[in-house]
Design a protein around this ligand. Structure first.
Ligand code: GLV
Ligand code: MG
Length: 351
């Protein structure tokens, strides 16, 4: 028997640690905004930026130079205490360095001991199997007990190695601390030996082409999405485990149109949110990961026509039944969550 018993799965892993959640807290997490915490100028903007996003993440891993790792960790702890994250409802997360790095232990221990009361989620990069989650799970439980925390800190894994993709279901199920998983297209491309230098998005060479034309005229050709398989697999693994899937970074900051398309594909396939690497991507993520008001109106027509969720109805010429009722409920529930935070969208959904 290699699995825990159902009862022990929900026991704290350390005496004095908080009990794991049985249900994840329901939170709006349309964008996880990445901040480099070692930069004083950027950190100073955090209290003004916090109310404009769903989640702010203090990044300690890649993109933070090795000689700035200590400063970034100290900056993250300062950020935790710069704003009333728990009281005001913006998520506060940190991406720590990976488990085999010289920084992981100090990143996690300092964050939990000095900022654990404000920290919602630790993002774990380069997770390759459930053992990575189990190790971090036990370690964090010991720190939670030491810090006297009463609310468990959650984990978010990045799917960014071929090994991780091969075990994504096991990773998603590894602990009740698991909150979600993001795609890490840059590291994943390297791990898979994909031939691209881009961070997410399409590639001009990855396309389909029409059959040759008899008259020899130009054949239609269009770019395809090289991330489609991974996103679809990620969504299935996450939703099977009752956690959320997220797109990840879109590196071409200047191409907001392509960024929007990539985010939208992920949203349609089931993702709950994405990363924003630059302030200009925040509005894009907000637009994409909030349901369209017209879709919400239609979904609510379906719910109203079938109040007990069963039967059959025709609405605007389209057949509705128990299954479409469930689809409508996904959109309507998300709209309620968005409306609870965003007065403009609340008005658009009510109209
Ligand atoms: C993110 O961490 C990535 O590697 O894409
Ligand atoms: Mg990465």
């Amino acid at each position: 028997m290699s699995q825990k018993t159902p009862r022990s799965f929900f026991k704290p892993l350390s005496i004095g640690a908080p009990e794991p959640y049985r249900e994840l807290p329901v939170k709006l997490e349309r964008m996880i905004h990445f901040v480099p915490p070692h930069l004083d100028k950027v950190r100073a903007k955090v209290p003004d930026m916090a109310p404009t996003v769903d989640v702010i993440l203090a990044n300690l891993e890649d993109a933070i130079p090795a000689d700035a790792k200590d400063a970034a960790r100290a900056g993250a702890i300062e950020m935790a205490n710069m704003y009333d994250w728990q009281g005001k409802g913006t998520g506060f997360w940190s991406r720590v360095n990976c488990l085999n790095s010289p920084w992981f232990q100090d990143d996690v221990s300092e964050l939990v001991l000095k900022a654990g009361h404000q920290l919602d989620v630790i993002m774990l990069p380069k997770v390759e199997g459930p053992w990575d989650i189990h190790f971090a799970d036990q370690y964090v439980a010991q720190l939670e007990a030491k810090a006297g925390l009463t609310r468990p800190i959650l984990f978010h894994a990045i799917l960014e190695t071929a090994e991780g993709v091969a075990r994504v279901e096991e990773i998603a199920l590894a602990s009740p601390r698991m909150q979600g998983i993001s795609l890490g297209p840059a590291d994943l491309a390297a791990s898979r030996k994909m031939k691209t230098t881009r961070v997410g998005g399409g590639h001009p060479f990855y396309r389909v082409i029409e059959d040759p034309k008899e008259d020899g005229s130009a054949r239609l050709s269009a770019q395809q999405d090289p991330w489609h398989y991974t996103i679809a697999r990620l969504v299935d693994a996450c939703r099977m485990a009752g956690i959320n899937a997220f797109y990840g970074p879109f590196g071409d900051i200047g191409d907001l149109e392509a960024c929007e398309q990539q985010f939208r594909n992920a949203f349609l396939l089931g993702c709950a949110g994405t990363w924003s690497l630059h302030p200009s991507q925040i509005a894009v993520a907000k637009r994409v990961f909030s349901p369209d008001p017209e879709e919400v109106k239609f979904a609510r027509k379906i719910l109203a026509a079938m109040p007990d969720g069963s039967g059959v109805a025709m609405i605007d010429g389209k057949m509705q039944d128990d299954a479409t009722w469930k689809q409508a409920k996904v959109i309507s529930d998300l709209a309620d969550l968005v409306a609870s935070k965003d007065p403009d969208l609340a008005a658009a959904y009510a109209g």
